[in-house]
Design a protein around this ligand. Structure first.
Ligand SMILES: Cc1cc2nc3c(=O)[nH]c(=O)nc-3n(C[C@H](O)[C@H](O)[C@H](O)COP(=O)(O)OP(=O)(O)OC[C@H]3O[C@@H](n4cnc5c(N)ncnc54)[C@H](O)[C@@H]3O)c2cc1C
Length: 393
């Protein structure tokens, strides 16, 4: 069943005038029930900064998620996924982010790991091994673009080389800030070949790959990844040689939209926590909820979240219609990440010391949201994309 079809119904609850297809309204309700009843209680038992559930508890959750039809929802149905288009993916991202580890581990991993959608543009063998392997076998992946010379300008700055040697490429170089590289089963590595940047699928166990953890503002550390004479069969090339960014472009652009939706989910959840608190906390002879300074923080947060959400939904919808959403995705990414950062900041203010304590998820989200304005392209680069579009065309 495609979730992108169905009659449109007015969905006033959170999205203002936006009309979601009925299937997506139902999907959102299912996701909310699952998050509340299944994910939250398990996550509540984990340490504040954990980013993985114990293996047995994760497996038990995944069995339930599969039974509820909530499995690898962004992947094609023919390979065992949910077949969601971009608008559906946005709904999932928004709801799955509403847990303590949700900024980087949506739904604590309960809904499986969608392989990067670009894999479905690969050869049949690549689809089977890496795509279906991800959906059915839970195989994890990493994406290695950034390097020390500058992650925001990869086309010019990638120095990692892949040299053809018979029926193999030999990779040498170092990638930086690579999330999940240590525990992944495979990754997509962007390397410079004779004709330009080429995307290669690399099995993590290939000899010559070494990872070093880099401590950052979140507990989920990225890695410096060294490639020393790493031999990758030619059949693991994604697309043509020198066309790495061309084949991955649509995937990279589209991925920014659910990324933006996830931070909206966190902002909304932070606001819910702040509103609950303001309704019960009594200081200076009245509830926080009765003080205009607090009311305005709540009102501003709601207005900004609604505006950001509409941009995200609009970008997703244009994607569903097959339009080029490069600038839509940049706008949605910048507005959503900057909005969510402001909202969580205000919510912390409303809670006072409790806001920055590890009793609440707010301080963790505050730290993790800071990365969101840098990862998937810093805000300045997305503004540059938009400005170029406006000024040149
Ligand atoms: C926790 C974390 C996880 C990450 N995971 C991954 C991953 O899995 N895979 C991966 O490939 N990368 C990953 N990255 C890297 C991320 O994509 C890069 O950090 C990002 O693209 C920016 O690159 P940079 O840090 O090298 O900054 P630079 O390219 O050195 O840029 C520095 C700053 O300069 C400014 N700037 C850049 N360009 C312009 C411009 N044109 N105009 C004005 N200002 C500009 C921006 O403010 C930018 O933040 C991760 C980063 C972090 C922090």
């Amino acid at each position: 069943m495609s979730f992108e079809t169905g009659t449109a119904v007015r969905d006033r609850e959170e999205s203002g005038a936006w009309e979601l297809p009925e299937h997506l309204v139902m999907l959102r309700e299912t996701l909310r029930r699952f998050m509340r009843a299944e994910v939250e209680p398990v996550e509540a038992r984990q340490p504040h900064d954990s980013y993985a559930l114990p293996a047995d508890e994760l497996e038990a959750l995944r069995v339930k998620a599969r039974a509820a039809g909530l499995w690898c929802l962004a992947s094609p149905e023919e390979f065992g996924g949910g077949g969601l288009g971009l608008l559906g993916q946005v709904i999932v991202a928004e709801e799955a982010a509403k847990c303590r580890m949700g900024a980087y581990v949506p739904a604590c991993g309960a809904f499986g790991i969608d392989p990067p959608s670009v894999i479905w543009l690969g050869s049949r063998a690549q689809q089977e091994k890496y795509g279906v392997g991800g959906i059915k076998g839970g195989k994890k992946n990493f994406v290695a673009i950034s390097e020390a010379a500058g992650g925001s300008d990869p086309a010019r700055k990638i120095e990692t080389r892949a040299v053809l040697d018979g029926d193999h490429y030999v990779i040498n170089g170092t990638k930086l800030w690579i999330t999940g590289a240590d525990k992944a089963d495979w990754g997509i590595v962007f390397a410079r070949t004779e004709t330009g940047i080429t995307a290669l699928i690399v099995d993590r166990e290939t000899p010559g790959i070494e990872c070093r953890e880099i401590g950052v503002i979140r507990s989920y550390a990225p890695y410096e990844v060294h490639f020393k004479d790493v031999r990758v069969p030619v059949e693991n090339r994604l697309g043509d040689e020198g066309q790495g960014f061309a084949i991955c472009q649509k995937w990279l652009v589209h991925a920014r939209v659910p990324y933006a939706a996830g931070v909206i989910g966190i902002g909304q959840e932070a606001l819910r926590i702040a509103i609950d608190y303001a309704r019960t906390r009594n200081v200076h002879k009245s509830l926080l909820a009765d003080k205009q300074a607090i009311q305005w923080m709540v009102a501003d947060s709601e207005m900004e979240l609604r505006a950001a959400r509409l941009l995200v939904y609009q970008a997703a919808w244009n994607g569903v219609l097959g339009r080029d959403i490069k600038t839509d995705a940049s706008i949605a990414k910048v507005v959503a990440t900057e909005t969510a950062g402001r909202v969580v900041d205000r919510c912390i203010q409303i809670l006072g010391a409790m806001g920055v304590s590890r009793e609440m998820p707010l301080e963790r989200w505050y730290r993790e949201l800071r990365i969101k304005r840098i990862g998937e392209g810093p805000s300045e680069v997305h503004r540059m994309v938009l400005a170029r579009e406006l000024l040149r065309n």
